[in-house]
Write a protein that binds this ligand. Structure first.
Ligand code: HPA
Length: 270
């Protein structure tokens, strides 16, 4: 993997992706943050050597380099999921690339279902801890120890200082920001009523199909990380309606201005 990483990093550096400080992964329905960026360079994923290619049509699939609130950032517009058929190593490959380009901090957004029924759709949840329910690990491969410690510490995967800042920003801007545990599943099917009951019993507050692999690799690389979910649907097993993916995307878009405020104000402080 090291050779592939070097090749990808050299390509991006030649394209002008110089010393970004912060990486941002934008989730489903959360692409408008891009409008706030002074874009200096952008490359489609399918042009980047060794990158997995984008498949899900509502993701634009671009790596963007630019200035956001005075900071050099690299942004993934669209991410990779295992439900698209990628391996967990593929899904997390861009995190390893962003780290080699120079980022020290990684911020992630995603869309998730609310398991905790005190949380309502359209609200945001700061991920305070997670459960990996995807059945494997992005670190489970031969040679992983050449990239970081195999038995990566997960005692505090989310940066406490950033989370404290997020909470203060939310308060100052009258944004509801819950805190909770995010469970990652493979998908792409949504959960059954029995699965939502199980997730609640396990202690999850939200469920989604992403983020945890990237968080694991970011910790493997000792990056500071934080992640915020937009709650797009309420997963009440006793009152479950068929999920409409376009409704999920619409709900994520509706919550987007609040997400942008959180990220924008946070970056000013980093
Ligand atoms: N389950 C899994 N992933 C999701 C959901 C959900 O209910 N909502 C948005 N992403």
């Amino acid at each position: 993997m090291i050779k592939y990483i070097e090749e990808t990093v050299t390509y991006l550096q030649d394209k002008g992706f110089e010393n970004p400080e912060i990486g941002i992964i934008l989730g489903t329905g959360l692409g408008q943050l891009i409008d706030e960026i002074e874009i200096l360079k952008e490359v489609s994923y399918n042009h980047i050597p060794n990158f997995p290619t984008a498949t899900v049509e509502f993701h634009k699939g671009k790596l963007i380099y630019g200035i956001f609130e005075g900071k050099k950032v690299v942004i993934m517009q669209g991410r990779f999921h295992i439900y698209e058929g990628y391996s967990l190593q593929d899904v997390t490959y861009p995190v390893r690339i962003m780290e080699k380009l120079g980022i020290k901090t990684l911020l992630i957004s995603n869309a998730a279902g609310a398991i905790n029924l005190n949380f309502k759709k359209g609200e945001l949840m700061l991920i305070e801890d997670h459960m990996n329910l995807q059945g494997s690990s992005p670190l489970a491969f031969k040679g992983v120890e050449q990239l970081g410690e195999r038995f990566a510490d997960m005692s505090a995967p989310y940066d406490a200082e950033i989370n404290t800042k997020f909470k203060a920003i939310a308060k100052n801007n009258n944004i509801t920001l819950h805190e909770g545990v995010y469970a990652s599943v493979v998908g792409p099917q949504l959960e059954t009523r029995a699965e939502y009951r199980m997730l609640k019993i396990l202690g999850a507050d939200a469920v989604g199909m992403s983020t945890v692999p990237e968080i694991i690799v970011a910790n493997h690389l000792k990056l500071k990380v934080a992640a915020v979910s937009v709650l797009t649907d309420e997963c009440d097993p006793n009152n479950l309606k068929p999920v409409d993916i376009s409704e999920i995307i619409a709900m994520a878009e509706k919550a987007e201005p609040n997400m942008i405020t959180l990220f924008k104000e946070l970056i000013k402080t980093l």
